[in-house]
Design a binder for this molecule. Structure first.
Ligand SMILES: [Zn+2]
Length: 257
C-alpha cells in the first residue's frame, strides 16, 4: 500500500460499510465464504472462511477484531493483512471475524448500542451476536486464536497468552510487533504481571464472572488463546503495522508445523 492510500484507508477506519466492502471484494477474489451470521444493532456481522477446506492436517486459526469499536487499528490491520497474505492463507483452515461490534466501530465506542461490553459477555445468553458466534464455532477446533485489541492506557504493545501447549508463542509474537511499536514498559497491566509486554497467567473459569472472548476460546475451541493490544495513543499507521507483524508471525508459527 502506498503512503497515500494508507492514509486514506486510515481516515476511514470507522467506516463499517467500507470495511465490509473490502472484505467482500477480497472474499470474492479468493473464493472465500463470507457469511452474515448475525445482526447486531441493526447491522450485519460477518465471518470469513475458506470455501474449500485445505487438508485435514492444515493449521486452524481463529482471528477476531472489532469486538471493541474504539480500537480501529485491529479491524483495519486484519483486512489489509488478509488481502496481502491470501496465498499463504490457502494452506490454513481459518475462521475470521472481521468486526464483531459494527455499531461500536461506527460510533467509536467500546460497547454496543445498548451499552454492553461484548468482551465481557461470553457467559451471557441475552447478546444475540455472541449466541450466534458460539453456534457458528460449535464443534470446531483451532490450533490458535488471536484476538486483536487496543488500549488507551497502554504505553506500548502487550500480549495476553493463556498458557496451554508448549512451546509458547508470546515472545515471538511480541518481538514481531515491537519492530513497529515498543513493548509495554509497565510491570503491571490491569493488575497482572507484565514482563516486557507479556502477560502469561493461568486462568480458571471462575476467575472472572464475565467471560471475555479469550476465555471463551481457551475453555472452548482453541489450544492457544492470544490477545494482542496496541497503545491507542500511538499513530494509527504504527499500530496497524504492529498488528500486521503479529499476524504474520502467528501465520509463520502456525504453518511451520
Ligand atoms: Zn479491546
Amino acid at each position: 500500500m502506498t503512503r497515500q492510500t494508507e492514509t486514506s484507508a486510515h481516515l476511514r477506519a470507522h467506516d463499517y460499510a467500507w470495511l465490509v466492502a473490502r472484505w467482500k471484494k477480497l472474499a470474492a477474489r479468493e473464493r472465500w465464504k463470507m457469511g452474515e451470521f448475525a445482526e447486531a444493532d441493526g447491522l450485519p456481522v460477518y465471518a470469513v472462511e475458506p470455501r474449500r477446506l485445505p487438508a485435514n492436517d492444515a493449521p486452524a486459526l481463529y482471528l477476531s477484531a472489532g469486538i471493541h469499536g474504539d480500537e480501529p487499528a485491529a479491524t483495519e490491520a486484519l483486512v489489509s493483512w488478509a488481502a496481502r497474505r491470501a496465498r499463504a492463507l490457502a494452506r490454513v483452515r481459518f475462521l475470521i471475524f472481521p468486526c464483531l461490534n459494527p455499531w461500536g466501530l461506527l460510533n467509536n465506542n467500546r460497547r454496543n448500542a445498548v451499552g454492553i461490553d461484548l468482551n465481557r459477555g461470553y457467559l451471557r445468553e441475552d447478546v444475540p451476536v455472541i449466541t450466534a458466534q458460539k453456534a457458528l464455532v460449535a464443534g470446531r477446533t483451532f490450533d490458535a486464536a488471536l484476538m486483536l485489541h487496543e488500549d488507551y492506557d497502554a504505553h506500548g504493545i502487550y500480549l495476553y497468552e493463556l498458557p496451554s501447549v508448549k512451546p509458547f508463542w508470546g515472545e515471538r509474537l511480541l518481538a514481531a510487533g515491537a519492530r513497529h511499536v515498543p513493548c509495554e514498559p509497565r510491570a503491571k497491566v490491569e493488575g497482572r504481571t507484565c514482563r516486557k509486554g507479556l502477560i502469561r497467567t493461568r486462568i480458571t473459569p471462575g476467575e472472572m464472572p464475565e467471560h471475555p472472548e479469550a476465555f471463551f476460546v481457551a475453555f472452548g475451541p482453541s489450544r492457544r488463546s492470544l490477545t494482542f493490544e496496541t497503545p491507542s495513543e500511538f499513530s494509527l499507521t504504527a499500530r496497524v503495522r504492529a498488528h500486521d507483524a503479529v499476524l504474520d508471525e502467528l501465520l509463520k508459527l502456525a504453518t511451520r508445523g
